[in-house]
Every structure is written in C-alpha cells, then in structure tokens.
Design a protein around this ligand. Structure first.
Ligand code: URA
Length: 233
C-alpha cells in the first residue's frame, strides 16, 4: 500500500519533469479521462495538466509543417464550446471552410447543423473540427504524412476538451482515430473508444448528400449515442 506522502512526492516529481519538458520546448500532453479523474481526486486540478485550446492554436501558429500550407487560404482549427460533451470530427476543410476558416460551413456543414439540431443541441454547445486543418488541393483525401503531421494537434484538442463522446464523421476520421483500416459501414452502429472517450463512427454528411438513403443509419447512430448520453435539456 503506497502512503499519501509517497503519492504526493511522486506527483511533485512528475510536475517538475513536465515543467522541465515544457521549458525545453515539449508541447502537448494527452492524459486520458481516467488519469485526469485520478489526478483531480489527488487534489490537482486538470488545469495544472492540460492545455487550453488557445495555447494549442498559438502553438500551431501559421503552420508550415506540411505541403498543404502552400495551397490553403485559412487554417481551420475548430469551432464550438471548449467544454463540449460532444465533439464532431470530420475529414478536412473544403472550399467554403478554407474561405471562412471555420469547419463544416458548406453544404455538408448545413446538413451537420441539422443533425446537431435534431439531437437538441446547437453548434455552439458542441465542438466541431477535422482530422487535418488545411484544405487538400481539389478536396482530395488527406495523405498519411499530412494526417501524421496534423494529428498531434487534434489529440491535444481532444485532451483539452475531454468530451464524453466523439462522433467520427466518415472513413478518414473513424479510421484515423481508431487506428484501423476497417470500413465505415462495418465500424458504425456500435461504440468504440479513443483514450477512454466513447467514439461513434458514422457516415460523413457529404456522403449523405450523395446517398440520402443512408440518413436513416446516421440517425440510428445518433439515437444510440443519445440513449447513452444523459441529456440535460
Ligand atoms: N468536410 C469535412 O470533413 N470537414 C469540413 O469541415 C467540411 C467538409
């Protein structure tokens, strides 16, 4: 049995190590919800260990880390509440998002807004972002090195928000978060997990615009989520 004094000393040593790493340029720490709960019980607020969305965005800066920087107009960091319990993650910005610097503001975005409204929520109560933050030329799929370069920032956004549920919109979001090559049609319909957070993979709104018969499946996925989620209306 470890005594409280040892636990406290260990925490202080961890804190000192993290401060040392931060002072030497290390950015980003993604504790799971489970770890955060433990730290809070031990009297350390999560603010002591997690970053804010503002500090992550500042670190991202005028990102030139991959080739997408050359063709983009605006970085699309994310939008919504930093305290959101629901986080929607898409693939990457399209033309309209690139123009406005906001996620899901084009045709697919309007459908996503309607899905969120059907869940009795508004866009400012949830958080919306993408696997990559810059528009790929001609809206092609993001390449694996682009995802690899961008993903640490998304991981830090997730760690900062600590949502209860992540809705992974489409193949790229679901496969990236879950580290799998399984198709979206096989992933959807049940809960998965990312860092202790429940993940609900479902079809991308742009796919729904082309295949309206799949809207029923998305609504089934959202109903599954709502059943699990204690709504405070
Ligand atoms: N499609 C996405 O995946 N993300 C957006 O922000 C817009 C369209």
């Amino acid at each position: 049995m470890i005594d409280n004094q040892t636990i406290f000393q260990t925490l202080v040593e961890i804190e000192n190590s993290l401060r040392f790493l931060a002072a030497n340029g290390c950015r980003g720490f993604a504790p799971t919800g489970h770890v955060l709960e433990k730290l809070e019980k031990w009297g350390k607020g999560r603010e002591a260990f997690t970053e804010t969305l503002e500090s992550i965005q500042a670190d991202l800066g005028d990102c030139q880390r991959c080739n997408l920087a050359r063709g983009r107009n605006r970085i699309v960091f994310g939008d919504g509440s930093p305290n959101a319990r629901l986080m929607f993650i898409g693939e990457g910005p399209g033309a309209e998002e690139d123009r406005q610097g906001k996620p899901f503001v084009g045709a697919a975005g309007q459908l996503l807004t309607r899905i969120i409204a059907a869940m009795k929520r508004s866009r400012d109560q949830v958080y919306i972002c993408n696997i990559i933050k810059c528009r790929p030329p001609g809206n092609r799929n993001p390449e694996s090195d682009e995802i690899k370069t961008c993903f640490p920032f998304l991981a830090r956004q997730i760690a900062a928000i600590q949502p209860d549920f992540i809705i992974a919109l489409g193949t790229i979001a679901a496969q990236t978060l879950l580290g799998t090559a399984t198709s979206i049609s096989r992933l959807r319909g049940r809960f998965h997990e990312y860092q202790g957070i429940k993940v609900v993979p479902t079809y991308h709104p742009a796919y729904l615009l082309r295949n309206p018969d799949k809207k029923r499946d998305v609504w089934e996925d959202m109903k599954m989520l709502m059943k699990e989620y204690q709504y405070e209306d």
